[in-house]
Design a protein around this ligand. Structure first.
Ligand SMILES: [Fe+2]
Ligand SMILES: [Fe+2]
Length: 449
């Protein structure tokens, strides 16, 4: 059917979809009522050669966009040149942009049939993963800032000062932006240190798994509870403030009963003291106090002495996250583990070092291949995991980064491995070995299609 025979209709932003092209922009937010200089300039720049119907005083004029003036009221934008296809051909990116800019109503023509259900599902997943990638990108800066804030906090409390202000601001920012999950995901793609970035990464991974775990049980955390838990998780190692900095920052392995090791292993007790003084909740204190207590408390690496019954469910979860981060975080002095390898390793310790219920929840949420893992597919192409698996934990959604010929891709096709039974993950790869320092940059620049 020729496109000119297809119906033309007026619709609102919420009904736009990518089976349409926009013929005219016909409804605008209030800022277009009496336009200011910035709005005029912006229109001229972005709608070059488009025609505008405007109200100027009592007159309605049809003019070229170049002639709009401050104070004009915009009624309609029409006659788009072919060079401005990106403003007329509807896709998810354009819809987001229109929403942001205050364009509300459109005259559209349907140019193709509605998407099939699986196309619509694909689109939805593309959008979801793209949002996550965007948040991951923003998280890079937040992660650095929060790491500095926890370092300052630990340094200050060394001198008896304890001001949570900065840290608390970061917590607000992360929660308000819904960026906890993204912050946790980048932790396996960037460099980390054993103390400060570790605290932030552990906090973020803990919080995002904890929130999902609670949701599965039918509990939704209030913003206040979320704030408290994330701040508490960031501070699980706050007791390290009482360990001399040279011991703390040393990358040497201390002998088991050496004074240095004893001091290091006192950090949970110190942490519980500090948090008790601060008036923190029982759960937060428990997390700091017992995150190194193993299920089998006789194990040498279990400290301080405690009965496992005293260890709260939240603490049992952060204990897993703590070791997971230590494995996947890239340190200057050691190679990191690929997330799937770390998952497998920790799985073997479930029921010995880690509580089985906490492990099961963690594993269900992270999957066999956590988001951010670099994997090789059965056809030889490489992909990043961008969405966790839902049913089959071996089959997450992945975005291709390198094709079968070994060429790097500029657009990254999303594959739902659940829907593609003939493709599977054959092995996980060390992102640093394959992509070097560019891993984080490549992941946060994915253009998922
Ligand atoms: Fe610790
Ligand atoms: Fe820790």
């Amino acid at each position: 059917m020729a496109s000119h025979t297809l119906p033309v209709e007026n619709i609102g932003l919420e009904n736009l979809d990518d089976s349409m092209i926009i013929l005219r922009y016909i409804g605008f937010s209030r800022k277009f009522n009496a336009m200011d200089d910035t709005t005029c300039q912006w229109l001229k720049l972005n709608f070059r050669s488009v025609r505008a119907r405007i109200k100027r005083g009592n007159d309605v004029l049809d003019i070229s966009i170049e002639h709009v003036q401050v104070g004009d009221e915009l009624i309609e934008l029409h006659t788009f040149p072919p060079s401005l296809k990106k403003l007329t051909l509807v896709n998810q990116r354009l819809i987001q942009e229109l929403k942001k800019r205050g364009f509300l109503k459109f005259r559209v023509q349907r140019i193709k049939k509605q998407l099939t259900l699986s196309q619509a599902k694909h689109r939805e997943n593309v959008l979801k993963s793209s949002e996550l990638i965007q948040k991951a990108k923003e998280s890079v800066v937040v992660s650095k800032g929060a790491t500095k804030a926890i370092e300052n906090l630990i340094d200050d409390s060394r001198h008896g000062k304890l001001d949570l202000g900065d840290m608390s601001d970061y917590v607000d920012k992360i929660i308000n932006n819904g960026a906890t999950e993204a912050l946790g995901i980048i932790s396996s793609l960037k460099k980390s240190d054993q103390t400060y970035a570790h605290c932030i990464d552990v906090g973020a991974i803990f919080q995002s798994t904890y929130v999902k775990m609670m949701e599965r049980e039918g509990t939704v955390l209030t913003p206040k509870q979320s704030h408290r838990m994330l701040l508490g998780a960031f501070m699980h190692d706050i007791g390290k403030a009482k360990v001399p900095k040279d011991i703390l920052d040393s990358t040497a392995r201390f002998e088991r009963d050496s004074p240095e090791m004893k001091l290091m292993q006192s950090h949970p007790v110190f942490g519980a003291e500090i948090l008790t003084k601060l008036g923190s909740s029982d759960t937060i204190i428990n997390m700091a106090h017992y995150h190194h207590v193993k299920m089998d408390t006789e194990i040498k690496s279990s400290y301080p002495q405690a009965s496992y019954q005293e260890v709260y469910m939240e603490t049992r979860l952060i204990a897993i996250v703590d070791v997971y981060q230590a494995l996947v975080g890239r340190r200057s002095y050691k190679k990191s583990w690929a997330p799937p390898a770390a998952i497998q390793f920790l799985g073997n310790l479930s029921g010995i070092e880690f509580d089985t219920d906490a492990w099961d929840s963690f594993f269900q949420i992270m999957g066999q291949f956590p988001v951010g893992s670099l994997v090789e597919l059965s056809d030889g192409s490489l992909a990043f995991v961008v969405q966790p698996a839902e049913k089959d934990l071996n089959r997450p959604r992945v975005a291709l980064i390198r094709n079968v010929k070994g060429e790097d891709l500029t657009h990254n096709t999303l594959i739902d491995l659940q829907e593609e039974p003939e493709i599977k993950i054959v092995r996980d790869l060390d992102n640093y070995e394959v992509l070097g320092d560019a891993s984080l940059e490549i992941f946060t620049s994915l253009r998922i299609t």
